[in-house]
Design a protein around this ligand. Structure first.
Ligand SMILES: [Zn+2]
Length: 203
């Protein structure tokens, strides 16, 4: 599966206004409403559309943000990420190429920040830490940018490998599932049926 121009135009409309109705989008993109609906459903099923939310001005809320970089050995990066990702104060995490993790923290209460900093001290895998307060955010756009080059990197639902070509699309219970090859498709289908049989209560 790849993204085509219709998908990209739909995504642009949704990114501009997540509250656009399928009817609005259909008239702007010049395809039928059912087409918009099925494209959006597909892009949601594969996890490309992760949800819909409201964009708020963080500064008007009076919150304070801090950019923190953490350093750890490459083999420890995942462990550190797992430890911090559940913290509400951590709003964004970027794993960088040079064995560093950049996080954006946001908070209202200095005590909360100090508490979090203290908790970082109990993560022995962190070898170095830097904090800078965010003074202004002159630009803040969603990281996903819909350009003509935007493709689609789906991982095979069975083996987890990146799909290089179209792959195999199978429909199970009305939902699309993507597999890299016919072997994975067969195994996935068997596993799916087995799991379905196991979860459905015996009549
Ligand atoms: Zn596969």
């Amino acid at each position: 599966m790849t993204l085509d121009d219709v998908d990209r135009r739909i995504l642009r409309q949704l990114q501009e206004n997540g509250r656009s109705s399928f009817r609005d989008i259909s008239s702007k993109v010049k395809v039928s409403t059912p087409t918009v609906s099925s494209r959006v459903q597909n892009m949601t099923d594969i996890g490309l559309i992760k949800g819909y939310s409201v964009l708020l001005d963080a500064d008007l809320l009076g919150q304070v943000s801090v950019a923190t970089t953490l350093e750890a050995r490459p083999s420890d990066i995942d462990r550190v990420v797992n430890r911090i990702s559940t913290e509400d104060i951590v709003r964004q995490i970027y794993v960088l190429s040079d064995s560093r993790i950049l996080c954006i923290l946001s908070f209202y209460d200095q005590k909360k920040y100090q508490g979090f900093m203290h908790s970082l001290g109990s993560i022995p895998e962190i070898t170095k830490m830097d904090n800078s307060m965010v003074l202004r955010t002159p630009k803040e756009s969603p990281r996903a940018s819909i350009k003509d080059e935007a493709g689609l990197l789906i991982k095979c639902y069975y083996c987890g490998h990146q799909m290089k070509d179209e792959g195999v699309k199978i429909k199970l219970d009305g939902k699309a599932h993507y597999l890299c090859c016919s072997v994975c498709a067969k195994l996935y289908k068997e596993k799916y049926e087995r799991m379905k049989a196991a979860t459905s209560s015996p009549s």
